[in-house]
Design a protein around this ligand. Structure first.
Ligand code: IMP
Length: 430
């Protein structure tokens, strides 16, 4: 498929990095299209564990070129650190293998300070952001006062633009939030240095990708966050500030509408969330502890970016059906099926109770989930360890029934199931 979009079908952290890693083997380009270093992908190769926040995780394969699209907000210091980290691990990452869109925006310390100040001022109503300056950076983009990567090609103009932006943000920090002002000269010097280092990577990535598709090459668009964190389609206001749903891939990469896009929706076999906001199937107690893990293993449910313990719950098929609709998902990947082994029974939310009636779809999207009571179906669990299973037919019968019920309710086939953190611990359905 020329264009494949991998999308989180839940609240982020579905294990998309794993699936990207698998599909990137055959891709010519791997591209991020929205968000910034609020994302966190853990990728394992042998005994090396990579935690990437910005660089598309597919670049750890020898072939694909990494693209940071126009939809991104990029902290240049974090990006340089990641480039360094990946190079240290032996992956050649030069401007031929990594390209930054001229139209992507820079995150500055001003955005990070504003993120903290705004969260503090919200008090109990805080969003629970990753504190990476994401919201404020999109804010300056939308108010047309952002600084774009294009500007780093003109060093004097760039320094002035950074100076101007921090001056305005300092006013806001001081007058609106009573927070400390930032030291402007230091930031300008630091950003001039970043600009010099990153200038060779800047190009019109939309043009690069368009030409690639015209010449029959393949692109893997790597979604970050998840459907329910989408600014328009998620659990507003507990969302991120961009559109990480599949249509965002076109806008965020500078590609036009086209037919035949493969949209892979990645969902965890249960459900997790970091940050605040509604979560109808959330559970507490011993089952929650089992699903979350202790934090000792890197695959346990603790935020890759923030280290916060994730909230956990049962798989919610009302929300998954919604994700299918707003993304145009045409195949599902279910991750972490192995974690469900050993549970006596598994609950699957197949509808909600609302105003005395049972519903399968939300009347007004997921922003206000409080009035909806999940309706669970109880399915049999299994004891077998799934981590060494590689064929669909070898899965225990209750596991296959669980997957079959998910397909039945969503109407979408599951093509990939992951059963462990290693590259080869996947079942690909023929
Ligand atoms: P922000 O994107 O840092 O503004 O955070 C807004 C909301 O999105 C918070 O609830 C974050 O926890 C959540 N969030 C942002 N990025 C991710 C991600 O990559 N995975 C999971 N949650 C995320």
């Amino acid at each position: 498929m020329p264009l494949t979009v991998i999308i989180g079908a839940q609240w982020g952290d579905e294990g998309k990095g794993r699936v990207v890693d698998l599909l990137a083997r055959d891709a010519d380009f791997v591209a991020r299209f929205y968000g910034g270093d609020n994302a966190g992908h853990t990728v394992t190769v042998g005994d090396q564990v990579f935690k990437l926040h910005l660089i598309p995780s597919g670049v750890i394969h020898p072939e694909p070129v990494g693209i940071l699209g126009n939809g991104l907000v990029i902290n240049p210091g974090v990006l340089l650190q990641e480039i360094h980290q990946v190079r240290e691990a032996g992956v050649a990452l030069d401007p031929d293998r990594l390209k930054i869109s001229h139209a992507a925006h820079l995150i500055t310390p001003g955005h990070i300070a504003l993120d903290a100040a705004r969260e503090k001022s919200r008090g109990k109503a805080k969003i629970g952001t990753t504190q990476r300056g994401i919201g404020p950076a999109y804010n300056t983009k939308v108010t047309r006062s952002g600084v774009r990567f294009q500007q780093i090609l003109d060093p004097a103009g760039f320094s002035q633009a950074i100076r101007d932006q921090i001056e305005v943000i300092n006013q806001q920090l001081e007058k609106l939030y009573g927070a400390d002002k930032l030291e402007i000269d230091q930031i300008v010097d630091q950003y001039s240095d970043f600009a010099e280092q990153l200038a060779p990577y800047v190009t019109d990535t939309g043009k690069v990708l368009h030409k690639a598709l015209e010449s029959g090459k393949s692109i893997l668009a790597e979604g970050a966050q998840g459907t329910l964190l989408d600014l328009d389609h998620g659990t507003y206001p507990f969302v991120t500030s961009s559109n990480p749903t599949a249509p965002g891939a076109l806008v965020g990469l500078g590609l036009g509408l086209r037919d035949g896009i493969r949209v892979v929706g990645v969902a965890k076999s249960f459900q997790t969330r970091v940050g605040e906001g509604p979560f109808p199937t959330e559970i507490f107690g011993p089952d929650a502890k089992r699903l979350r893990g202790t934090g000792e293993n890197f695959w346990d449910e603790f935020g890759t970016t923030t280290g916060r313990p994730r909230r956990v719950g049962w798989l919610d098929l009302v929300l998954l059906r919604y994700a299918v609709r707003v993304n145009g998902i045409n195949e599902l990947t279910l991750t972490k099926l192995d974690i469900l082994s050993g549970l006596k029974s598994i609950q699957l939310c197949t509808g909600y109770q609302y105003n005395g009636k049972r519903v399968q779809d939300l009347p007004l999207g997921p922003a206000d989930l409080a009035p909806f009571e999940p309706v669970f179906e109880e399915l049999a669990g299994w004891d077998e360890d799934l981590t060494s299973i590689r064929n669909w037919e070898d899965l225990p019968e209750p596991a296959r029934q669980y997957l079959a019920r998910i397909e039945e309710v969503t109407g979408i086939p599951t093509k990939i199931v992951s059963v462990g953190p290693e590259r080869n611990q996947v079942i690909i359905r023929g």
